[in-house]
Design a protein around this ligand. Structure first.
Ligand SMILES: C[S@@+](CC[C@H](N)C(=O)[O-])C[C@H]1O[C@@H](n2cnc3c(N)ncnc32)[C@H](O)[C@@H]1O
Length: 290
C-alpha cells in the first residue's frame, strides 16, 4: 500500500515562496515592502496583505489591458496609498515592462509619502509619483493630470473612498477599483435621524443595536456608492476580494465607465436617501449629475 508523504517544512516554505514571487518581479521591492525577509524568505505576517494585493492587481491589470496599447500609457491614481503596496506591485508587474504609464500614490501621512518616493527612486521606478495630499485635495491639484484612467482605493479610511469616487468622476476615469474601509458617516446620520420614515416599521430592527447600526450603515453606504456610480454612467460589479478569512473589509467594487447615465439608479438613490432620512447627503456625498 502506498503511503502519502507529508511535504517537509522546508519544501512547503519553498512552494509558498515560489507562489509569492512572480516572473520578473523585483526581489528588492519585496524585501523593502517586508513581504520577503532580508534572507529572502516569505514574511508570514505579510502573507495576508500580499494575497489581497496580488488579487487586486490581477483585476486591475485585466482592466488596463482593455485600454488602447494594452494600457501601456495608462495613468493610475491610488488613493489612501499607505505604504503603496498596491501601486508598487502594479508598477512592478505591469507598467515596468511596458515602458509607459504612470502611477500616482495619494497619501496624507508625509513620512509614508517620503518613504515611497525614496523607494521608487532607489528601484528606478521613474513613472511613479507620490503626493502628500488628501484625496479631496488631489482632485484639483495641478500635480495630477486632468484625466486619470484608473482610480484605486484599497481600504482608504472612512469617507476617503467617497472622495476617491468624486475624484474618479471629476477625472472621467475609465475604471474605478475600490475596496472600501468602514465608513462612519452614514451610520452617524442613521443614529441621529433614526431613519425617519422607517422608524416605525419592523425594518428599524435592522439598526436598533449599535453594532447593527454600524454594519447597516456600512452596507447602505456601499449600496449608495454603487447607485451613484451608475447614475454617473458607470457599470458596476460588486464581488469579494479574497475569502472572508483573509479580511473583514472584503467588498470589491469595480466600476467601468460607459458614459450612459442610469436615471433609474439616480431615482433609487434619491428614494433610498429619503427613506433613511439621509437627504442631506444628496448635497454633499452623493451628488447626482446635473
Ligand atoms: C488602512 S490604510 C490602507 C493603505 C493601503 N491602501 C493598503 O491597503 O495597504 C489607509 C491609508 O489611507 C490614508 N488616508 C486616510 N484618509 C485619507 C485621505 N482623506 N486622503 C489621503 N489619504 C488618506 C491613511 O493615512 C492610511 O495610510
Amino acid at each position: 500500500m502506498k503511503t502519502m508523504l507529508k511535504p517537509s517544512k522546508a519544501a512547503k516554505a519553498e512552494a509558498e515562496l515560489a507562489e509569492a514571487i512572480r516572473p520578473g518581479q523585483s526581489i528588492e521591492l519585496l524585501k523593502e515592502l517586508h513581504i520577503l525577509t532580508r534572507e529572502g524568505r516569505l514574511n508570514q505576517d505579510s502573507r495576508r496583505k500580499l494575497k489581497q494585493v496580488y488579487h487586486l492587481s490581477q483585476f486591475i491589470e485585466k482592466l488596463l489591458r482593455e485600454m488602447p496599447g494594452e494600457g501601456a500609457h495608462a495613468t493610475l491614481a491610488d488613493h489612501g496609498a499607505g505604504k503603496s503596496y498596491l501601486g508598487f506591485i502594479v508598477y512592478d508587474l505591469f507598467f515596468k515592462a511596458l515602458g509607459g504609464g504612470h502611477v500616482y500614490g495619494i497619501e496624507t501621512r508625509p513620512e509614508l509619502v517620503a518613504r515611497s518616493a525614496a523607494l521608487a527612486a532607489r528601484l528606478g521606478f521613474e513613472r511613479m509619483g507620490f503626493l502628500n495630499l488628501t484625496v479631496a485635495e488631489s482632485a484639483t491639484s495641478p500635480e495630477l493630470p486632468a484625466q486619470i484612467d484608473m482610480v484605486t482605493a484599497l481600504h482608504a479610511c472612512d469617507t476617503a473612498t467617497d472622495d476617491a469616487i468624486a475624484f474618479g468622476l471629476a477625472k472621467e476615469a475609465k475604471f474605478m477599483v475600490l475596496v472600501p474601509c468602514c465608513q462612519a458617516e452614514v451610520a452617524a446620520c442613521l443614529r441621529e435621524t433614526k431613519a425617519l420614515a422607517l422608524a416605525r416599521t419592523p425594518l428599524a430592527e435592522l439598526w436598533r443595536h449599535p453594532l447593527h447600526t454600524r454594519e447597516i450603515g456600512s452596507q447602505l453606504t456601499n449600496v449608495l456608492r454603487c447607485l451613484l456610480l451608475e447614475a454617473h454612467g458607470y457599470q458596476v460589479t460588486v464581488t469579494e476580494l479574497v475569502g472572508w478569512e483573509h479580511s473583514m473589509k472584503n467588498e470589491l467594487i469595480i466600476a467601468r465607465r460607459t458614459g450612459q447615465r442610469n436615471g433609474g439608479a439616480a431615482r433609487r438613490l434619491c428614494e433610498l436617501l429619503a427613506q433613511f432620512g439621509l437627504d442631506a447627503l444628496l448635497e454633499t456625498r452623493f451628488r447626482l449629475p446635473a
